[in-house]
Design a protein around this ligand. Structure first.
Ligand SMILES: [Zn+2]
Length: 261
């Protein structure tokens, strides 16, 4: 177990990495780490996560109330979302929230990253759902992520960003990297016009490897049904295809209407 000081240094370091990798813009994003059952460390609001120092990291209680920290800085209003995770998942010790562009694009397009595509993603983050949109800083986001955090360590936030959960800070951060890397590759494969999905038996063999990697947390297993090759179909699975038959039916209906007049 790292000391409080070491954890503050690690939060500063991870903040730098999420900013340098373009996972956040401006003052976006937030990171928390649980110190014990009653206290956690959080990043401040209104500060770029690429330019933090340990003096800016704040200690809060389970209700988000400040216990200690430099009075110039306040905890993020999004700390509520992190508190919701710790309440639902006692196995989770750290949460990272960012807006990585590829993963966030899927969250904006309404396409969950739920297919079995890359081995690491299948094992580590499984099926990534999209939590319904909620107004930032309100209780809407904590309420909308509740059902998903019970079984997923990586969640897309509709029209907003992503959230990853870990057994420690590095673990939560690595899941953010895995999520963004997966989204980047799936996005590119969609552009190439085809995404091969791994079948059930391959998914099951990968999931069986989890315990040998020390991964014992819940996992929403990915979907091995084929992915439509047309990105428009992916985002609009209910879209009606205009066939010759449909055109003929519409024409007949128009003609009948005209005859009635
Ligand atoms: Zn955000």
């Amino acid at each position: 177990m790292n000391s409080e000081w070491e954890l503050k240094q690690l939060i500063v370091e991870i903040g730098k990495r999420i900013w340098m990798r373009g996972y956040v813009a401006s003052n976006d994003g937030n990171i928390t780490v649980k110190l014990n059952d009653k206290e956690l460390l959080t990043t401040p609001t209104g500060v770029s996560k690429g330019f933090m120092n340990t003096d800016m990291i704040i200690k809060v209680d389970n209700n988000g109330k400040v216990i200690s920290g430099n009075s110039k800085y306040r905890p993020s209003s999004e700390v509520k979302m992190h508190l919701e995770v710790y309440k639902e998942r006692p196995d989770i010790k750290s949460v990272v929230h960012a807006h990585p562009p590829y993963a966030t694009s899927f969250a904006v397009a309404g396409i969950p990253l739920n297919k079995c595509i890359l081995p690491e993603a299948i094992i580590v983050i499984g099926s990534v759902p999209i939590a319904k949109y909620g107004l930032p800083s309100t209780m809407e986001i904590p309420e909308n992520i509740r059902e998903h955090i019970k079984k997923s360590d990586a969640i897309l936030l509709e029209n907003h960003g992503a959230l990853t959960l870990g057994t420690d800070l590095l673990n939560a951060y690595h899941k953010m990297e895995t999520l963004e890397h997966t989204a980047n590759i799936v996005w590119k494969a969609i552009q190439l016009g085809n995404v091969n999905v791994l079948p059930d038996n391959e998914r099951d063999r990968l999931v069986a490897l989890r315990s040998s990697f020390g991964l014992n947390g819940p996992l929403a297993t990915c979907d091995s049904t084929p992915m439509p090759s047309n990105s428009e179909q992916i985002s609009n699975p209910n879209k009606i295809e205009i066939t010759e038959q449909t055109i003929r039916e519409i024409a007949e209906r128009v003609i009948n209407k005209l005859k009635q007049k």
